[in-house]
Every structure is written in structure tokens, then in C-alpha cells.
Design a protein around this ligand. Structure first.
Ligand SMILES: CC(=O)SCCNC(=O)CCNC(=O)[C@H](O)C(C)(C)COP(=O)(O)OP(=O)(O)OC[C@H]1O[C@@H](n2cnc3c(N)ncnc32)[C@H](O)[C@@H]1OP(=O)(O)O
Length: 145
């Protein structure tokens, strides 16, 4: 997998509670983190807090991490559909850059207030932060008043 176009954002410190019985990073913890990371990415790209995980392709646990490792998670949008957004994910060791996990396709669906798929109208990535969900902005601004 190419990693050049992936932006690594969130970092994690592998702690005792994240380990499996083998003493390495528990895959379930990793999947929980990457699903949350993908949700945040999708929410910001689609400008909608109602975005849900629809599909996750094969997950390749490339190598393990151990307690104390610093790891980082990266995502990039690979396809803007009508109501969906497809992302590619990679988790790697922050220091050695060794790949820990790759997922070719994570598909999120943009939902209407009634919970049905709704066209999002976007075709490309932006990091301009101009797609922060407006209802969150409204709540934030009214909370500041
Ligand atoms: C962040 C979280 O934890 S969310 C919690 C976990 N996720 C959930 O609970 C979601 C549960 N699933 C659902 O509620 C429903 O399946 C919905 C509302 C997401 C989608 O309903 P569907 O009837 O499948 O919608 P529909 O057939 O219109 O497809 C919607 C989009 O998903 C895509 N899609 C549907 N199935 C798949 C699939 N198996 N693989 C990839 N994409 C798919 C479609 O191509 C479509 O994309 P497009 O509009 O860009 O072409």
C-alpha cells in the first residue's frame, strides 16, 4: 500500500489495558481506535455528524505493537460516492514507521436526520475545516454566549 498520500494524525500510547493475552496490542482496541478516527474524518469531510460505518474490507494486521509503543493512525479519502465516502487506513509505529495495520476500504454513509442515506454533494478532500457540522457550530456558539 502507498502511504505517501495518507496523513497521520492521531497518536496512541500502547498501555497495559490495550494488550491481549499474548502481551501485544489487542486487535479489538486497534479497530475501535481506527473506526473512531474514520468517523471523525468522515464527519469533517462530509460536514455531517450523522455519518455511519457501512463497510470495512479485509484488515491486514501487518505487525504487532507492544506496551509502551507510540503508534499513529492515518486515513485518506479514496472515493466520494453519492451518499458514501471510502477511506484507506494505515496504522504504523511512530518511531520506526513499521506498518501495523492496513485497511484498503472503510466506507461511511452520510445520513439524513431521519437516518436514511442522503447525498453529500462532495467530490474531493478538503482540510479547510469548512465542513464542520453546522449543528455542532451552532451548539458551540450558543454555549459561548
Ligand atoms: C461510527 C459508527 O460506529 S456507526 C455504527 C455502525 N454502523 C451502523 O450502525 C450502520 C448500520 N447500517 C445502516 O443503518 C444502513 O445499512 C445504512 C443506512 C448505513 C445504509 O443503508 P442501505 O440501505 O445499505 O443504503 P444504500 O443501499 O442506499 O447504500 C448507501 C451507500 O452505501 C454504499 N454501500 C452499501 N452497501 C455497501 C457495501 N456492502 N460495501 C460498500 N458500500 C456499500 C452504497 O453504494 C451507497 O453509496 P453511494 O450512494 O455513494 O453509491
Amino acid at each position: 500500500m502507498e502511504t505517501a498520500d495518507i496523513t497521520f494524525r492521531t497518536r496512541k500510547w500502547v498501555r497495559p489495558e490495550d494488550l491481549n493475552a499474548n502481551g501485544t496490542l489487542f486487535g479489538g482496541s486497534l479497530l475501535k481506535w481506527i473506526d473512531e478516527e474514520a468517523a471523525i474524518y468522515a464527519i469533517l469531510q462530509l460536514g455531517n455528524g450523522r455519518a455511519v460505518t457501512k463497510y470495512i474490507s479485509e484488515i491486514n494486521f501487518v505487525s504487532s505493537a507492544v506496551q509502551g509503543d507510540l503508534i499513529e493512525m492515518g486515513l485518506t479519502a479514496t472515493r466520494f460516492g453519492r451518499t458514501s465516502l471510502t477511506m484507506r487506513a494505515e496504522v504504523r509505529n511512530m518511531i520506526t514507521r513499521q506498518s501495523i495495520l492496513t485497511i484498503e476500504e472503510i466506507v461511511f454513509v452520510n445520513l439524513s436526520p431521519s437516518g436514511r442515506p442522503e447525498p453529500h454533494g462532495y467530490t474531493e478532500i478538503t482540510y479547510d475545516r469548512d465542513r464542520i457540522p453546522t449543528h455542532h457550530l451552532t451548539e458551540t456558539l450558543s454555549g459561548d454566549a
